[in-house]
Each structure stands twice: as structure tokens, then as C-alpha cells.
Design a protein around this ligand. Structure first.
Ligand code: NAP
Length: 219
């Protein structure tokens, strides 16, 4: 265990598929606070992992030594078929909510002089692709927000880690605008294991790209 497991670890989006794997990897290692929008989903999660705490995203006041963001939502359309309604929903899930929560966490970390933000971004935060118009722009935006935060740390011992996975084997990836060989998708258990290893062994990786090198895409 490391100094990072002495305090509370916050998992925003802990009720999602990757979020639950993060809970599984960390719940016996440190006190966990789950941030979400659906208390019933949390109660079901807490039935499987006793001892979890919950806050709605509106209640969050910046608690936690480590803040992990796993909030995001699928949204795909062509650049030539812009959908304002879809784009607004995607902005909320992929940028506004994560940025607001990360901002609250950073405020507390700055006061404390220490903390660690780990954001699950996506390769979509680094590269565009056909029909990525509803998702890619907001993943790029969150990357920009965290680059700003990185430059604002001053002397505070605040770590910022960005994880950029390719396709993960969760129901989320069924919404992708192309088909692919699911057997080659990244296991969410492995993504969670990487993050648990970083936190529990005190290993600071600031930028992790995890491509699906072998995956075969079909349009
Ligand atoms: N799966 C992939 O192929 C893949 C690849 C690369 C990156 N990622 C990223 O990895 C993260 C986790 O993905 P996943 O596969 O675990 O998807 P998921 O199962 O759909 O989980 C997404 C989580 O985000 C929460 N969420 C979405 N919109 C929200 C909003 N407006 N307010 C509050 N919470 C909101 C969901 O809440 P509810 O539980 O209430 O629905 C859920 O907990 C996301 O950031 C995603 O972009 C996924």
C-alpha cells in the first residue's frame, strides 16, 4: 500500500462498467467514495461491495486524496450531420460534469498541497475518426482542461494522470459507429488493474496510451 491509499479515493462514474471494475480493484485497499447520478445503481453496487460511500454529483465538495474520473457517454455523428441536442448531451457527460468535479477536487488538493487526479480519457481524445463528431471534440476538450490544470499546480504536489485507452470491452463500445473484433478489445479489468497498481504502488504515470494494435475494424 502507499500514501495514496491512506485517504479517500473518489471514483466518479463508479456505477458504470469500468467504474465497477475500479471499485472491485480498490475497495479492499482504501475507503471509496462513489460519485454518480443514480442512487439505485449505487445501492446495487454497494450490495456487491459493502462499505462504499455515495454522493450525488451535485453534492460533491472536493473530498478525496485521489480522484478518478470514469464518467463519459457515447455520442456519434458525422461532422456534416451536426446534432445540437446530441452534442449538448455529450458536452454535459464528456466535458461539463467531469470538468466540474475535477475542478472541485483540485481546489481541495491545492489547499491540502497534495492530491492525484486520474482521468479516463480515450484515444478519441487524441485522434479523430469518421462519425466521431459527437464524442471526439469533448474528449479533446477534457484533455485541454487537464493540460491547463497541469500548468496551474505551482508548488503543490498534485499529480495529473491521463489514461487514453482504445476500445474497452464494455457495453459502451457497442455504440461505436463501426464494428470490430470484440475479442481484441481491452479488458476493463486490466484498465482497472493498471490504475489500482499506480495508486497502490505509488507509480506516477502522467500519460498512458493503450491502443488496440491488433483489432480489426469493419465499416
Ligand atoms: N468502453 C470503451 O470502449 C471506452 C474506451 C475508451 C474510453 N472510455 C471511457 O471510459 C469511461 C468509462 O466508460 P464505460 O465503458 O465504463 O462506460 P459506462 O458503463 O457507460 O460508464 C459511464 C459512466 O458515466 C456516467 N455518466 C454518463 N453521463 C453522466 C452524466 N451526465 N452525469 C453523471 N454521470 C454520467 C454513467 O452513469 P450511470 O451509471 O448513472 O449511467 C456511468 O457511471 C468513459 O469516460 C468513457 O468515455 C470507454
Amino acid at each position: 500500500m502507499s500514501v495514496w491509499t491512506d485517504g479517500t479515493i473518489v471514483i466518479a462514474g463508479g456505477t458504470g462498467a469500468l467504474g465497477e471494475r475500479l471499485v472491485e480493484a480498490l475497495f479492499e485497499k482504501a475507503p471509496l467514495l462513489i460519485l454518480g447520478r443514480d442512487r439505485d445503481k449505487f445501492l446495487s453496487l454497494a450490495g456487491r461491495y459493502p462499505g462504499l460511500e455515495f454522493q450525488s454529483i451535485e453534492e460533491y465538495q472536493g473530498e478525496g486524496h485521489v480522484f478518478i474520473n470514469s464518467i463519459g457517454a457515447a455520442c456519434y455523428f458525422e461532422a456534416s450531420s451536426f446534432s445540437q441536442d446530441e452534442a449538448r448531451k455529450s458536452y454535459e457527460s464528456n466535458f461539463e460534469v467531469p470538468a466540474r468535479l475535477i475542478s472541485s477536487a483540485l481546489k481541495t488538493m491545492k489547499k491540502r498541497g497534495k492530491g492525484w487526479v486520474i482521468n479516463i480519457n480515450s484515444l478519441s481524445g487524441l485522434h479523430g475518426y469518421p462519425q466521431g463528431g459527437g464524442y471526439v471534440p469533448f474528449k479533446f476538450a477534457l484533455k485541454g482542461f487537464l493540460e491547463t490544470a497541469r500548468k496551474e499546480r505551482g508548488r503543490a504536489d498534485i499529480r495529473i494522470s491521463e489514461i487514453y485507452p482504445g476500445i474497452i470491452d464494455t457495453p459502451f463500445s457497442s455504440a461505436l459507429p463501426f464494428s470490430f473484433d470484440r475479442a481484441q478489445a481491452i479488458s476493463p479489468v486490466k484498465v482497472a488493474a493498471l490504475i489500482a497498481w499506480m495508486v497502490c504502488e505509488d507509480i506516477y504515470l502522467s500519460h498512458v496510451e493503450w491502443p488496440n494494435d491488433k483489432i480489426r475494424f469493419r465499416r
